[in-house]
Design a protein around this ligand. Structure first.
Ligand code: MG
Length: 389
C-alpha cells in the first residue's frame, strides 16, 4: 500500500477523449501527487504525443491505427515506448508498477483491461460503462476478491458514491439517478422519425463524445447507468429510480430509510467526479473548477421519465431483470444501432426497436463466463448489422 506522501502512479486508458483530457487537466493541477506511467489513445497520436511531452509516461499505446515506425520514433525521441492494438492495451493494464488505473475507454474494448488491472491489484477509477454493463457481476466479484476499490467517474455514480460515504448499506432506501432528459424529452414522439443527427448531437448541458450524446438523447445512457449503479452499489433494480432533471445541477441522490434525501450538486464539470475518484476519501481544492453560484436564481425541477416515449430505459431494466448475458446484448446492440443511426442507416426511434429485437432473439445464458459475454457482444453486433441491411 502507498503511504500518504508517496505519489500515486497512474495508468490512463483513453487519454485523448473527453474524460481523458479532463483527467490530465486534474493530474496536471496536482502534479506533485501523481506520476503518469502509461497513456493510451485510439487514433489521435498527435494529441497523445503532446500529452506524452507534458506527462512523460514510460509507454503509450495506440489501439486504433496500424503500427507505424515514424510514430514510434516520435515517441522514442522522448524516451517513450509505443505499444499497439488491443494486445498493447492488455499489456499496459497488466503492468504492476501502477496504483490506479483510470479507464476512460469507450466501448466493449474497456472490459478486459479492467479485469486485468483488478487481477494485478490496481484500484480502478471507472468511466468505461461497458465494464459494468457487460460484466458487472464478474468485475465486482473480482474486485472484492482482490480487495481493490472500483470508484466511479461518471457524474451520477460519483454523486451516489459521495452521498453514500459514511452510510451503512441497510440505511439505503433507494438510489435516484438524475437525467438531463436530452434534447427530446419534450418532443412529440410522432416526430421522432424525423430527428436528424445534428439535432440528436445537441446536448443541452454536457459536452461529450458522439456515442454517449446519442445515448443521452434516447435515454439509453440512463438505462446503462441504472445497470452500473446496480452492480456498483449492490442495490436491487426496483430500488433504483430515474428522474428527469433538465438543469443537471443535482447529479444524483440517495433516499435513506428515515426519509432523508442526500443530493450532490455542482456545475456540470467532469473534473469534479474525476478528481474525487483520485482524491477519495480526501477532497482537494482545485482553482480550475467553476463554483456553482447558489445566489443566482435557479429551479430544481424534477419530472418522471416517460417510459413509453423513451423505450430504451425500459429495455435496460428488463435486461437487468433477465440477468446473465442480457445486459451485454443490450449494450452491444445499442452501440451498433447508434452507429447505424449516425451512419444514416436507421431512424432515431429504430435504435430502441433494434435493441429490443436483439434481446428477443438471443438465448440468454444465466451465469456467463467472460467468454460468453464477449460472444454475446459479438452476436448482437452481427445481428444488428444483418437486420438493418
Ligand atoms: Mg452520466
Amino acid at each position: 500500500m502507498m503511504t500518504e506522501n508517496s505519489t500515486r502512479r497512474i495508468t490512463l486508458l483513453g487519454s485523448t477523449g473527453s474524460i481523458g483530457t479532463n483527467t490530465l487537466a486534474v493530474l496536471g493541477e496536482f502534479s506533485d501527487k501523481f506520476t503518469v506511467k502509461y497513456l493510451t489513445a485510439h487514433q489521435n497520436w498527435q494529441k497523445l504525443l503532446m500529452q506524452a511531452q507534458a506527462f512523460r509516461p514510460v509507454a503509450v499505446c495506440l489501439t486504433g491505427i496500424a503500427p507505424d515506425l515514424a510514430i514510434e520514433n516520435a515517441f522514442k525521441n522522448l524516451g517513450i515506448d509505443t505499444w499497439w492494438g488491443e494486445a498493447g492495451l492488455i499489456e499496459i493494464a497488466s503492468q504492476t508498477d501502477t496504483d490506479i488505473m483510470i479507464n476512460a475507454l469507450v466501448g466493449a474494448i474497456g472490459l478486459k483491461p479492467t479485469l486485468l488491472a483488478i487481477e494485478t491489484g490496481k484500484n480502478i477509477a471507472l468511466s468505461n460503462k461497458e465494464t459494468l454493463v457487460m460484466a458487472g457481476e464478474l468485475v465486482m466479484q473480482a474486485a472484492q476478491k482482490k480487495g481493490v476499490t472500483v470508484i466511479p467517474i461518471d457524474s451520477e455514480h460519483s454523486a451516489i458514491f459521495q452521498c453514500l460515504t459514511g452510510e451503512k448499506a441497510e440505511s439505503i432506501e433507494r438510489l435516484i439517478l438524475t437525467a438531463s432528459g436530452g434534447p427530446f424529452w419534450k418532443r412529440d414522439p410522432d416526430t421522432f422519425k424525423d430527428i436528424t443527427i445534428a439535432e440528436a448531437l445537441k446536448h443541452p448541458n454536457w459536452n461529450m463524445g458522439r456515442k454517449i450524446t446519442i445515448d443521452s438523447a434516447t435515454l439509453m445512457n440512463k438505462g446503462l447507468e441504472v445497470i452500473e449503479a446496480h452492480w456498483l452499489f449492490n442495490i436491487a433494480p426496483a430500488r433504483i429510480n430515474v428522474l428527469i432533471h433538465p438543469p443537471s445541477i443535482v447529479h444524483s441522490m440517495v433516499e435513506f430509510v428515515d426519509g432523508s434525501i442526500k443530493a450532490q450538486l455542482g456545475v456540470p464539470d467532469m473534473k469534479i467526479p474525476i478528481q474525487y475518484a483520485l482524491s477519495y476519501p480526501a477532497r482537494w481544492k482545485n482553482s480550475q473548477i467553476t463554483r456553482f453560484d447558489l445566489s443566482q436564481h435557479f429551479k430544481l425541477e424534477f419530472y418522471p421519465p416517460d417510459y413509453t416515449k423513451f423505450r430504451t430505459l425500459d429495455l435496460a431494466y428488463a435486461a437487468l431483470e433477465t440477468g446473465g448475458t442480457a445486459s451485454a446484448i443490450l449494450n452491444a446492440a445499442n452501440e451498433a444501432a447508434v452507429q447505424a443511426f449516425l451512419d444514416e442507416k436507421i431512424q432515431f426511434q429504430q435504435i430502441a426497436e433494434t435493441i429490443e429485437s436483439a434481446l428477443n432473439h438471443f438465448s440468454h445464458i444465466k451465469t456467463p463466463e467472460l467468454q460468453d459475454l464477449l460472444q454475446a457482444d459479438q452476436w448482437a453486433r452481427t445481428f444488428v448489422a444483418e437486420s438493418i441491411i
